[in-house]
Design a protein around this ligand. Structure first.
Ligand code: PMP
Length: 411
């Protein structure tokens, strides 16, 4: 039996004005949080206050507003570094999102060194944003992109991984939490295995940030990437964590103003990291919003959020597993994120009919086509929870799914 959320969690719904509305005359039940989470008022207020009173370009602290904007920017970096357990603040680089960050690591760090015959390990469950950059990079230089499989329960094949790690690959790239299966991958174990062979590990934390506690120092990974908009923060804002020792092997990938110390007709010298990796005008209000989102998450407690989402996820998983004609992809999830296929029904139809009942979930391949193929399906429906979802909402969804099944099954 699922425990009711504490009063604190029940109250936190009030922090999200968007949830108060009706859709097609029904109370909105927002269960599409793996695509993006909603933002609490403290985040939008912080961004608005910054733009209305402290906004200016950073880079240089030239006048009072610029000084204030730079202070917000620096505070944001410190907050992110603490939030993810980075040892040094300058290990945090701001990017526009996880997709940008993963391309940045692939092209900027590994790209210049990867050569024909090298091997890169990716898992079959990667989001396209952590699959395509590596596949294409490998194809360009004649390297091999090796795909690590999972079992039917969604668990990584650690035996295959061990065999492949012993074959001297350049890196292993893996999701911390799958955006389809909702399980937490054993990143720390994989990093330990990989480092025994001198293999670097890049972690896609897009579905982990804001869901479960993250400590990059404890995980031991080389790079960790995530977006702000999946953790109650703004879109257009993301983070790359990279171990300080790697910066000396990384040439700035995006070049331009703000990243350079001196430029002549012949040559350039760059600023020290992380500034040399952040060319161009930065998304300072995004950093302000991300900082506010982190403070919001911390005010509730990530372990409270993680336990709440896990309880909801496992409740949904159990209900769907007993549902006639319903195939749940993978095993019991560790988070509130479950994908399923209803026999004879296209996920898009399921999503559209639920939308008529005010319920937002997602249907499609979830940018994980290699994983869909692994499970022998073209697409699935996905329900994903966040801190503000309640057991009552989940019951509304489960009951509605029964109605949908009747409507579509009768056709
Ligand atoms: N990785 C995973 C696991 C994701 O779920 C997503 C977003 N769906 C991304 C990467 C890409 O994130 P963004 O769209 O914020 O760049």
């Amino acid at each position: 039996m699922l425990k009711t959320p504490s009063g604190q969690l029940q109250r936190c719904r009030q922090d999200f004005p968007i949830l108060k509305q009706k859709i097609h005359g029904k109370p909105l039940v927002y269960l599409d949080n793996a695509a993006t989470t909603q933002r609490p008022t403290v985040v939008t207020d912080a961004m608005k206050a910054f733009v209305e009173s402290d906004y200016a370009n950073t880079h240089g602290r030239i006048h009072a507003l610029s000084e204030r904007a730079q202070t917000h920017f620096d505070e944001g970096r410190e907050t992110v570094a603490r939030f993810i357990g980075a040892e040094y603040t300058d290990e945090v680089v701001f990017v526009s999102g996880a997709t940008h960050g993963l391309n940045w690591v692939a092209q900027g760090f590994f790209g210049p060194h990867l050569k024909s015959g090298d091997r890169v390990l990716v898992t079959v469950m990667e989001h396209h944003s952590n699959f395509v950059p590596w596949q294409q990079l490998c194809q360009r230089v004649g390297a091999e992109c090796v795909v690590i499989d999972i079992d039917d329960a969604g668990q990584l094949d650690l035996e295959q991984l061990s065999v492949e790690l012993a074959r001297n690959p350049v890196c292993l790239v893996m999701a911390h939490v799958s955006n389809v299966l909702g399980q937490i991958n054993p990143v720390k174990t994989c990093v330990e295995l990989a480092h025994q062979h001198g293999v670097k590990v890049v972690v896609d934390g897009a579905q982990a940030a804001g869901r479960i506690p993250i400590n990059v120092s404890d995980l031991g990974c080389d790079f960790y990437v995530f977006s702000g908009h999946k953790m109650y923060g703004p879109s257009g804002m993301g983070v790359v964590y990279g171990r300080r020792t790697h910066w000396s092997n990384m040439q700035p990938w995006i070049l331009g103003g703000g990243a350079v110390a001196t430029v002549s007709a012949e040559q350039v010298t760059f600023l020290a990291p992380p500034a040399c990796f952040e060319a161009g005008t930065q998304h300072v209000e995004g950093v302000v919003g991300l900082t506010a989102a982190i403070r919001y998450i911390e005010s509730i407690g990530l372990s409270v959020i993680a336990a709440h989402e896990r309880a909801l996820g496992q409740y949904i998983w159990q209900a769907l597993s007993g549902y006639r004609g319903c195939r749940v992809l993978g095993g019991m999830p560790d988070c509130g994120l479950i994908s399923f296929v209803l026999e004879g029904m296209h996920p898009h139809d399921v999503v559209m009919l639920l939308d008529q009942l005010g319920i937002a979930i997602r249907g499609g391949h979830h940018c994980a086509q290699p994983l869909m193929k692994r499970f022998g399906v073209m697409a699935s429906s996905r329900v994903s929870c966040a801190v503000y979802n309640t057991r009552d909402e989940v019951d509304v969804f489960l009951n509605a799914l029964g109605q949908v099944q009747e409507v579509l099954g009768a056709q």
